[in-house]
Design a binder for this molecule. Structure first.
Ligand SMILES: [Zn+2]
Length: 126
């Protein structure tokens, strides 16, 4: 995989899209970089798919990701820009099949209360 265009750049100041409990059904969305239609994703489902992302991507993909995205680091652990855990996965536009590398920050703020932040969206060239 190569990362092409940046559609959304990570920032410490990014507004979270979710602040709630696990019985809620958060959705987040972004605009497809190719067809400009809105892609909506189920947050819990995305986290499931992305939870083991450092094992889901091959070594060269991880190098590409980590050279493109400067994750904040605390000792040997990488964090998401807003201070949570990074979750990354490739999602495919349901309308035009354009591929996006999606980077979300997830954080258990207090027991059973969660924050979700859409940090980055990139063109994924595979
Ligand atoms: Zn599209």
């Amino acid at each position: 995989m190569k990362i092409g265009q940046t559609y959304k750049e990570p920032s410490v100041d990014t507004q979270k899209f979710f602040d709630g409990m696990e019985n809620e059904n958060p959705i987040f969305s972004f605009i497809c970089g190719a067809c400009q239609r809105r892609i909506r994703l189920d947050f819990w489902k995305f986290l499931d798919e992305a939870s083991n992302w450092e094992n889901n991507f091959c070594d060269s993909d991880l190098l590409e990701i980590k050279s493109k995205i400067s994750f904040p680091q605390v000792s040997e652990f990488i964090k998401s820009h807003e201070g949570g855990q990074p979750y990354l996965a490739i999602t495919v536009c349901e309308y035009c099949a354009h591929k996006h590398l999606v980077y979300v920050g997830f954080y258990e703020f207090q027991p059973a209360r969660y924050f979700g932040t859409l940090q980055g969206v990139y063109e994924a060239i595979t």
